[in-house]
Design a protein around this ligand. Structure first.
Ligand SMILES: Cc1cc2nc3c(=O)[nH]c(=O)nc-3n(C[C@H](O)[C@H](O)[C@H](O)COP(=O)(O)OP(=O)(O)OC[C@H]3O[C@@H](n4cnc5c(N)ncnc54)[C@H](O)[C@@H]3O)c2cc1C
Length: 382
């Protein structure tokens, strides 16, 4: 009945299904356990009329022209440059921490002195990691690095990961730079925006093809079986020799034989407020206060005329049950090692291709997931 099976309808699975059906004209069975397409990028119209992102704010930003051009085949864009503030010691300062943040938090003379030192040491616009700045000889620069680490990074990391920063990989640390400049945008990529009619509309268009058969509300494990002893794959109880692209978590697929893989989950609480606007920009981070990490107000991302507004508070938590959505892989040495063992298991099945943020246990942004899926398609099917 089908040439390939794709598990998961986020960008990783959707790009593959779209390419297999359109470029190779083959039949795809897409299996998605949620009641909708799009994975964590899914959005929907709230009863106020405002478009909200169901699983936290998603801003498309990339320097990768191939990924941008690919998505642009399915949507027009609303140009949008993301701005994030952090609530620190009673002030809201621009994030990533930059020269404007420095001027807002430090006494004027001290801020000026540090600014001159930063500009003498790095060219304007450089993004320096906190770790690199901590290795500088200059006492003021090390003091600044310590300040940013303590006030912006440390407690946010503890809330987000429930781990002290030194137990996380450099990949996580590197996401917190200090910017030697005054550009208050959160991303500096060449292409930035959000799909004009939202992400869910993009997925609908990508997968609208009679060669793609979609099963929603279906956990792949109910129809798909990987037999570890024989190395055979079964779909609906019959041996299946076609390719299976799997974008879910690998511990789920193999009954947690090496124990559960740690992903952080989120308790997402939406609130409707009877005010036109709640905050100045789309996202405000709360590194030190409250138990949520950030508040997003969607009107800033998708402007909509109404006297009401919708905000989202994100409360990080462990993924304890299957009902907790796995959002962020915990990139500790131990978990990365455990994931490697699961990857070894997948190699017993020559037709199984794990990919995407969950299966590869990688901190992929949307453009990374798209690029990876396009590359896998070329490698495996061209
Ligand atoms: C809170 C948050 C904010 C983010 N913000 C941004 C941003 O601003 N910009 C950006 O570029 N990226 C952002 N990302 C990253 C972005 O969400 C990912 O890059 C993208 O979702 C990766 O797509 P994916 O298909 O690999 O994974 P997912 O979107 O997680 O899709 C995997 C799909 O597989 C399904 N699935 C899993 N197991 C099974 C199973 N057993 N059976 C059937 N279906 C299954 C899941 O239900 C899900 O739909 C953010 C991520 C999070 C968590």
């Amino acid at each position: 009945m089908f040439d390939c099976v794709v598990v998961g309808s986020g960008f990783s699975g959707a790009v593959l299904a779209e390419r297999i059906a359109n470029a190779r004209r083959k039949r795809v069975l897409m299996v998605e356990k949620r009641p909708h397409l799009g994975g964590n990028c899914a959005d929907e119209r709230h009863s106020t009329g405002i478009l909200v992102h169901k699983y936290g704010p998603h801003i498309f930003h990339t320097d990768n022209k191939r990924a941008f051009d690919y998505v642009s085949r399915f949507t027009e864009w609303i140009p949008y440059q993301h701005k994030v503030l952090a609530y620190v010691d009673g002030n809201t300062i621009p994030l990533p921490f930059n020269l404007n943040s420095l001027e807002m938090l430090f006494p004027r003379d001290l801020a000026r002195r540090i600014e001159l030192k930063l500009l003498a040491r790095f060219s304007y616009g450089t993004r320096v990691s906190v770790q690199d700045l901590l290795r500088e000889d200059d006492e003021d620069l090390r003091m600044l690095a310590n300040y940013v680490f303590e006030k912006i990074f440390k407690n946010y990391t503890l809330k987000q990961w429930d781990l002290p920063p030194d137990q996380l990989s450099g990949e996580v640390m590197a996401r917190v730079p200090i910017v030697v400049g005054k550009d208050n945008r959160y991303f500096q990529d060449r292409y930035q925006g959000v799909p004009a009619e939202g992400y869910s509309a993009v997925f609908g268009r990508m997968l609208n093809n009679p060669r793609i058969h979609i099963l929603l509300n279906t956990d792949a494990r109910s129809i798909l079986n990987f037999d570890l002893e024989s190395g055979k794959t079964f779909v609906f109880g019959q041996e299946f020799r076609g390719l299976v692209f799997y974008t879910g978590a690998l511990d789920d697929l193999f009954d947690r034989v090496y124990g559960p893989l740690q992903y952080r989950s989120l308790d997402l609480r939406f609130e409707t407020l009877e005010v036109a606007h709640f905050q100045e920009v789309a996202t405000v981070n709360y590194p030190n206060d409250y138990s949520f990490t950030r508040i997003t107000e969607f009107k800033h991302i998708h402007p909509f005329e109404t006297n009401r507004t919708v905000i989202l508070k994100e409360y990080p938590k462990a993924r304890e049950t299957e009902a907790d959505v796995p959002y962020y892989p915990v990139l500790s040495v131990q978990e990365v090692d455990k994931h490697r063992k699961y990857i070894e298991l997948t190699k017993r099945f020559p037709n199984l291709v794990p990919l995407g943020r969950l299966a590869e246990f990688k901190y992929y942004d949307m453009d990374d997931a798209i690029e990876r899926a396009l590359t896998v398609f070329e490698e495996v099917l061209m």
